[in-house]
Design a protein around this ligand. Structure first.
Ligand code: NAD
Length: 316
């Protein structure tokens, strides 16, 4: 980390990666941004294209097409490389392909002498975050998966839309696997401090069935978007920028990211989405919500599904 300006290295400049780079430049989050991809022409072209926007950006960002030696002075390496879901495929279906890709990438990043924070975005994100931790040998606090950051944003947006309030005043979390077994924590969801469960119980115009439908639309959002346009990328890109900013600006912000559990929520040895406080050092601490019985059962099921999927690929 011997650099006096912030440097982010992005590995994988596909749909998610290039959208992230674009959002990062537009928000002026880092002084240096390095792009790496197996498809060198693509990342070189992206660097040229993005540089042509520098004059319109809120602050200067130096962007170049680089290689793994640039990771040595990086504060954050963001991993967006890897296969994405085809229509009908689940995120867990990608595990074999993407763990193989990650082995080659992490080896090259670590060979540079990198000693910063990894952000992992490729799917299945919880398992690839665990793999990144194992393969890099870095402290667990410095490996952060995007987890349910996007699912939580989708949740807040849909609740805001339903109750006609600003999504930023909706507090609630989607936790668990970033995938089919994730769950909403209704017991801790509120609007401006008022519990959403209470609002639905007290006011006739709202219903529990509608809340259930909101969650289904959150959980299945990626399938719905992939069916229509082949991939999802703007939402996650903005979520990754939010996370990058929380780290570089030492925000101590609460974000739902994939982080390592060591007894929290009654679980161990798994990376999974839960609220956590994020700052310049990575994960400062996990926010442990008191789940109700059903939520706890659903969460434990989600952990089990991740562990069962991970075991044949990474060993137990
Ligand atoms: P994409 O196919 O558009 O881009 C993937 C990029 O990775 C390509 O440019 C490819 O050349 C590159 N790549 C592949 N192997 C590489 C290697 N060994 N080294 C360097 N680069 C390599 O895919 P996408 O739509 O950008 O999706 C990327 C990943 O992000 C997928 O796994 C997808 O499922 C995931 N994703 C995650 C979320 C989330 O919420 N975490 C949301 C959307 C997509």
């Amino acid at each position: 980390m011997a650099n006096n300006v912030n440097r982010v290295v992005l590995v994988g400049t596909g749909a998610v990666g290039s959208s992230y780079a674009f959002a990062l430049l537009n928000q002026g989050v880092t002084e240096e941004l390095v792009l790496i991809d197996l498809n060198k022409e693509k990342s070189e072209g992206d660097a040229m294209d993005l540089n042509h926007g520098v004059a319109f950006a809120p602050s200067p960002t130096k962007i170049w097409f680089g290689d793994y030696s640039d990771c040595q002075k990086a504060d954050i390496v963001v991993l967006c490389a890897g296969a994405n879901q085809r229509p009908g495929e689940t995120r867990l279906d990608l595990v074999g392909k993407n763990v193989k890709i990650y082995k080659t990438i992490i080896d090259q990043v670590m060979a540079s002498g990198f000693d910063g924070i990894f952000i992992v975005a490729a799917n299945p994100v919880d398992i690839l975050t665990y793999a990144t931790w194992k393969l890099s040998g870095l402290p667990k606090e410095r490996i952060i998966g995007s987890g349910t950051i996007l699912d939580t944003a989708r949740f807040r947006y849909l609740i805001g839309d339903y109750f006609n309030v600003d999504a930023r005043n909706v507090h609630g979390y989607i936790i668990g696997e970033h995938g089919d077994t994730e769950l909403p924590v209704w017991s801790h969801a509120d609007i401006g401090g008022r519990s959403i469960v209470d609002i639905v119980n007290d006011e006739n115009e709202y219903s529990k069935e509608d809340l259930d439908e909101i969650f289904i639309n959150v959980r299945d959002a990626a399938y719905q978007i992939i069916e229509r346009k082949g991939a999802t990328y703007y939402g996650i890109a903005m979520g990754l920028v939010r996370l990058t900013k929380a780290i570089l600006q030492n925000e101590n912000s609460v974000l739902t990211v994939s982080t390592y559990l060591n007894g929290e929520y009654g679980e161990k040895d798994v990376y999974i989405g839960v609220p956590a406080i994020v700052n310049r050092l990575g994960i400062r601490e996990i926010v442990e919500l008191k789940l109700d019985k059903t939520e706890q059962e659903q969460f434990s099921h989600s952990v089990k599904v991740l562990k069962d999927t991970m075991e044949p690929v990474l060993g137990s």
